[in-house]
Design a protein around this ligand. Structure first.
Ligand code: FES
Ligand SMILES: [Fe+2]
Length: 408
């Protein structure tokens, strides 16, 4: 079993990836996108040791709402407990290790294991073990409730995204996210309300999402949204109008003040209220923002569009996507046309991946084309533009470094 990325890739590929001059560097070998062995290595050595997005807090809007999820092939429960706190629990009964929650549920007071009826509170605490010792309340040989609740998964909510750290040993989430928090701190993102939610799957490796954190592809992939290269780069100097920032576990695309005004957001119906601010910030704010390894938190003037990318197989990824708007604008009928226009821009008028329209489907479709090409024997010569693609190499190096860090 491969234990490190270095062992899997070989010294030459590591050296090529890390060449100081970006144009001379070469990207990750193609098999890192196609092989089950490397996928398993990521699932063992990367995802459990970082903070990963798994869902949105609005997926469990009210106390007692719960959904079963799989994280790195482990069954967990996302639940909003009686007190309103969002928790993640291992979905494993403490009696004989049966899945306790099979399907999403609303307004539960307790979880009841389907095998022998052990009962847990929505916070995971053990409430009852009926007839464990032959008595209805197990008074002859009680099970110690303090030691036998559903085991919690370390979790935290940030900007509506539920993050987990499976091994419990990563640093605090606020440290992990620090550069992103600094970028977005002035915005009241947690106060935004859910307007739309959609999941779909596409046939590509999850890493291709993070490698898409560049604007070089915009005019070719996003016809109708980003149409002119003169909006992306100063044609006289060759200087992009976007700052491409990679810092710790985050990547940020931040438009410079010199960027020409972008095409105005769609304005059918009343203009949507802006994302509220907690205090004034005069410097530009990052628009397209990624938290490595699998979460993106894109924000514009009137909408917040986070997405969580769940690796399903080497060549299959699930996109969990949400759109949030200012309080009142997420559901108000008077804003319906404006909301729809925003969603058209992201998802196309049909909201279907297979129709290939809208920013998300256009990106994910292009990732499918990359995935298909990575099966070729001539796909091991990936190059980076020093003008546009430093972030891509940054992510690839981050991946290798993180997988190989902290080996036992
Ligand atoms: S396995 Fe859950 S009660 Fe027996
Ligand atoms: Fe894109």
């Amino acid at each position: 079993m491969t234990r490190t990325a270095r062992e899997y890739m070989g010294e030459r590929a590591i050296e090529a990836l890390r060449r100081p001059a970006l144009e001379e560097a070469r990207g990750l070998p193609a098999s890192l996108y196609t092989s089950r062995e490397f996928f398993d290595l990521e699932q063992r050595r990367l995802f459990p040791r970082t903070w990963v997005g798994i869902a949105f807090d609005t997926d469990v809007p009210a106390p007692g709402d719960a959904i079963p999820l799989t994280v790195c092939e482990l069954p967990v429960i996302l639940v909003r407990d009686d007190s309103g706190e969002v928790r993640v629990l291992h979905n494993v009964c403490r009696h004989r290790a049966t899945m306790v929650l099979e399907r999403p549920a609303r307004g539960l007071r307790t979880f009841k294991c389907p095998y022998h009826g052990w009962v847990y509170g929505t916070d995971g605490s053990l409430k009852a073990t009926p007839f464990w010792d032959g008595t209805p309340d197990s008074h002859r040989c009680p099970v110690d409730a303090a030691d036998n609740g559903l085991v919690p998964v370390r979790s935290a909510v940030w900007s509506h995204v539920v993050f987990v750290n499976l091994d419990g040993r990563a640093g605090p989430l606020d440290v992990y996210l620090a550069p992103m928090t600094a970028e977005l701190d002035h915005l009241d993102i947690q106060g935004l309300e859910l307007g739309h939610r959609l999941d779909w799957r596409f046939k590509a490796n999850w890493k291709l999402v993070m490698e898409n954190w560049e604007v070089y592809h915009h005019v070719w992939v996003h016809e109708g949204v980003f149409d002119k290269m003169s909006d992306e780069v100063d044609l006289d100097t060759g200087e992009p109008y976007t700052e491409m920032i990679a810092d710790g576990n985050v990547m940020i695309l931040r438009y410079k003040k010199t960027r020409p005004p972008p095409a105005s957001p769609p304005t059918n119906g009343p203009t949507l209220p802006r994302v509220p601010t907690r205090y004034e910030k005069t410097a530009p704010t990052g628009v397209a923002n990624a938290v490595l390894p699998n979460t993106t938190v894109t924000i514009g003037p009137v909408a917040y569009a986070p997405a969580i990318y769940v690796p399903i197989a080497p060549d299959l990824t699930e996109a969990r996507m949400a759109w949030y708007f200012a309080p009142g604008a997420a559901t108000g009928a008077e804003f319906s046309a404006s909301r729809e226009a925003i969603l058209d821009r992201w998802l196309g008028p049909t909201r279907k991946f297979e129709d290939g329209q809208g920013i998300r489907a256009q990106d994910h479709r292009c990732m499918e084309l990359q995935q298909a090409a990575r099966c070729s024997p001539v796909a091991n010569d990936v190059k980076f533009s020093a003008t546009w693609e430093a972030n891509v190499r940054y992510f690839q190096d981050w991946l290798v470094t993180r997988i190989d860090a902290r080996l036992a």
